[in-house]
Design a protein around this ligand. Structure first.
Ligand code: NAI
Length: 386
């Protein structure tokens, strides 16, 4: 099957590399010839580097490169069986592009968006045949990240999600199925990792170095929340937080913080700007954590309880299956274990006690416990067997 990719930026180029390496002919389209040149060069360099490392043969790398056809002309899409869009995150622009795509591709060509924050259903609504529309959400960098979220729209025909899941698996990826709800799985369930850490900072309970230490050293997370936000960039991370909050009709569980908003406004985007929560100037002194185990555990358990609550609520509302929720968080954001397994390890009653304690102290809706967690805690059941 020939695949069309629209947008050759960070994501489009990565997706093109994945599908070309998997054996598909690829039309990679961008409105910018410069972006296409850059994408072609980086895909070629990546594939040849993989060949040098012995991950694929030199012949396979060259064959994949030969399957890649950069273009600025959409009529080249006439032979596509699947088109994946990865352009600017703007609903009206995406809808417009799909209208044009539909006028050129075969009637049975599947249409997909890689959007992170728009509703798949809303993009599909602009199509003549929305039943062939679906979300295929990769993670950055697409060639390295195993996880792909597959998101059927309200209009998507029965069976298409499973077909796409099988196709994505054939590319060597780990697909999960998610409902078309804000943030899908990962960008929803991960929110408290950032938001609750900032809240702890704002209240003066612990500083950034201590919170990062608690989550990495005591919790086993690869990066602490502040180091990770600086790495992702506050332009990206703040915008995702804000869009998830808006899309959830202003549910206080997802409320952005003024602290991050100010970093965003100041242009202190993190590592790439030389400054974020941490100072990346050469020779800048880094803050030392307070390695008090009791404080560390308190911080860790507060963030963890909020993450587990989010996963439990996503399970309760059937955003995804328990298996897919666990796979998404361990492969999409490299959590040391699945949050539902973590809930079972700590005991749902312990997690619930942390949340109820916070709710009692603050009287804020933000800390309301998922009814699923409450039921399991009361009946002494495990989350994963729920
Ligand atoms: P990017 O800014 O790196 O690339 C976008 C590319 O699309 C640019 O090369 C631009 O010239 C091209 N483009 C824009 N409008 C176009 C049009 N009308 N026709 C043809 N080409 C057009 O953006 P990035 O980061 O690759 O994101 C693309 C999409 O993927 C967005 O929807 C984003 O939400 C989503 N996404 C981004 C992730 C990330 O971490 N960057 C992760 C997962 C999804």
């Amino acid at each position: 099957m020939t695949i069309g990719i629209i947008g050759s930026g960070a994501m489009g180029a990565g997706i093109a590399q994945v599908v070309a390496a998997a054996g598909h002919e690829v039309h990679l389209l961008d409105q910018s010839a410069a972006a296409l040149d850059k994408a072609r060069a980086s895909i070629g360099a990546n594939l040849r580097k993989l060949a040098e490392k012995g991950k694929l043969t030199a012949e396979a790398a060259e064959a994949a490169i030969a399957r890649l056809h950069p273009t600025t002309a959409m009529p080249d899409f006439a032979d596509c069986g699947l088109v994946i869009e990865a352009i600017v995150e703007d609903l009206a622009v995406k809808q417009q592009v799909f209208k044009q795509v539909e006028s050129l591709v075969p009637a049975d060509c599947i249409l997909a968006s890689n959007t992170s924050s728009l509703a798949i259903t809303a993009i599909a609504a602009a199509c003549q045949r929305p039943e062939r529309f679906i979300g295929i959400h990769f993670f950055n960098p697409a060639p390295l990240m195993q996880l792909v979220e597959v998101i059927p729209a309200v209009q998507t025909r029965t069976g298409l999600a499973e077909e796409i899941r099988a196709l994505v698996a054939s590319w060597g990826k780990r697909p999960v199925l998610a409902q078309d709800t804000p943030g899908f799985i990962v960008n929803r369930v991960a929110r408290p990792f950032y938001g609750e850490a900032i809240r702890i900072l704002e209240e003066g309970i612990a500083d950034i170095a201590t919170i990062d230490w608690a989550l990495t050293e005591l919790g086993g997370f690869r990066m602490g929340p502040f180091a990770l936000m600086d790495f992702i960039g506050h332009d990206v991370n703040y915008r995702v937080t804000e869009s998830v909050f808006n899309a959830f009709f202003y549910d206080p569980r997802y409320r952005p913080s003024f602290t991050q908003r100010r970093l965003f406004e100041a242009g202190y985007y993190g590592r790439k700007a030389g400054r974020g929560f941490y100072d990346y100037a050469p020779g800048a002194t880094q803050p030392e954590p307070n390695r008090d185990p009791a404080l560390g555990q308190r911080v860790l358990h507060r963030v963890l309880a909020m993450l587990i609550n989010e996963a439990a609520e996503a399970l309760h509302l059937r955003v995804a299956s328990a298996t897919d929720l666990e796979l998404a968080m361990t492969t999409g954001v490299n959590y040391p274990k699945g949050l539902l397994a973590w809930a079972d390890e700590l005991g749902p009653a312990t997690v619930l006690a942390t949340l109820d304690g916070l709710y009692h102290d603050y009287h804020e809706d933000r800390y309301r416990a998922s009814v699923l967690l409450r039921r399991l805690a009361t009946s002494n059941q495990r989350v994963l067997s729920a």
